[in-house]
Design a protein around this ligand. Structure first.
Ligand code: TK8
Length: 360
């Protein structure tokens, strides 16, 4: 009896060890979520299960922080508010999920700013290439009144937008050749790379300027389009490239950092209207806390994910300052074309925030 119990304990320990080391292989050393603080609402103000749809996978920083969002809500309402997260675009892509928020068939989603420009055009400022040269600058911009005012502009669309998360610095991958210059994208004697872009006209302009054949497409279709050879490549942050297993179908990566796009955490106004004001306040607070945690996780993930991709066989080209400058010069027409339409004042205000962080 004693002996078999001992064996059982060993077996359990072994399984736990295995699970732990397995987890370590798939995520970097990530910060634990911050402690859940603040008042607990003990009064019964109704029970709600909030469904959140995400484009990214369970291993992504976004998924992990959304779980934390759920933990905050549930702990601070004694379990009356609960959150279910649906990853991997299983409920739809960013554009579809935003429409679902409008009709009330989904409670929350966290899309990229780029497809959200359908609702708030000025969010396209984030699509401008090489606008946010450092993460400090990006965070300062995401926390600025100018950027937060853009979230208020969702008023009247049926969507409530709470806070920015980090999607991150976008990097180019493809299955054809190593890319270290715009010429490698365009191809001199060979054809230009067919690159999937987000569904956004500024993104399209960027890849046109670089001489690629840009193909706008929803994120959920990208893996199979690359697998089938419909497109040669795509661009996303390293963490997304890794957690979406793009390295299985992409041999080459280039550290271009050409765009920093945020995510926006948002809720259906119909869901919002059903919540007691005390719950509404809590949701807003939890969204901001989850956003801060997500930015931290995404930062911890970034270089680690690049190194993991290398370990898994992706050939990654680092670019020096001159090489980056060549890309920057090639996409200058995007500013000329889009800054007037997005608003010169808005672009200038964002550039000023960037400059201030660089001088700090
Ligand atoms: C996920 C998307 C994605 C974005 C894209 O829903 O479409 O490439 O970067 O992460 O928002």
């Amino acid at each position: 009896m004693h002996f078999s119990l001992h064996k059982l304990t060993l077996a359990i320990t072994g399984a736990t060890l295995f699970a732990t080391s397995f987890a370590h292989a798939n995520t970097p050393d990530l910060s634990d979520p911050p402690p859940i603080e603040g008042e607990v609402i003990t009064e019964d103000l109704g029970s709600h299960n909030i469904r959140v749809g995400l484009g990214l996978a369970e291993t992504s920083p976004l998924y992990i922080s959304t779980q934390h969002f759920g933990d905050i809500l549930s702990e601070r309402t004694e379990g009356r508010l609960t959150v279910d997260v649906f990853p991997n675009s299983q409920l739809g892509d960013d554009a579809q999920m935003m429409e679902m928020l409008q009709t009330g068939s989904l409670d929350m989603t966290i899309p990229s700013t780029s497809p959200a420009t359908t609702y708030v055009e000025e969010l396209a400022v984030f699509d401008l290439p090489f606008l946010l040269p450092s993460r400090e600058a990006a965070i300062a911009v995401m926390e600025s009144d100018v950027a937060l005012d853009l979230l208020d502009q969702f008023d009247g669309t049926g969507i409530k937008a709470f806070a920015y998360h980090e999607n991150g610095y976008r990097q180019l991958t493809n299955s054809v050749r190593a890319v270290e210059s715009p010429e490698d994208v365009a191809g001199l004697d060979v054809s230009g790379l067919t690159i999937r872009t987000m569904e956004n006209p500024v993104q399209l302009s960027i890849w046109e300027a670089l001489g690629a054949n840009p193909t706008p497409m929803a994120f959920g279709e990208v893996f199979s389009a690359m697998e089938q050879g419909v497109i040669d490549g795509q661009e996303n942050p390293w963490s997304t490239i890794l957690t979406s297993n793009f390295h299985e179908v992409q041999d080459y990566g280039s550290e271009t950092r050409h765009v920093y796009t945020p995510f926006i955490i948002m809720m259906s106004e119909r869901t919002w209207d059903r919540l007691d004001p005390a719950y509404q306040e809590l949701v807003e607070e939890a969204a901001r806390e989850a956003a801060a945690y997500e930015i931290q996780l995404a930062t911890e993930y970034d270089d680690w994910a690049r190194d993991q991709l290398e370990e898994r066989g992706m050939q990654i080209t680092r670019l020096d300052d001159d090489q980056i400058a060549a890309f920057q010069e090639a996409v200058q027409p995007v500013y000329d074309q889009w800054a007037p339409r997005i608003g010169e004042d808005l672009v200038a205000e964002i550039q000023q925030i960037v400059e201030d962080t660089m001088n700090d």
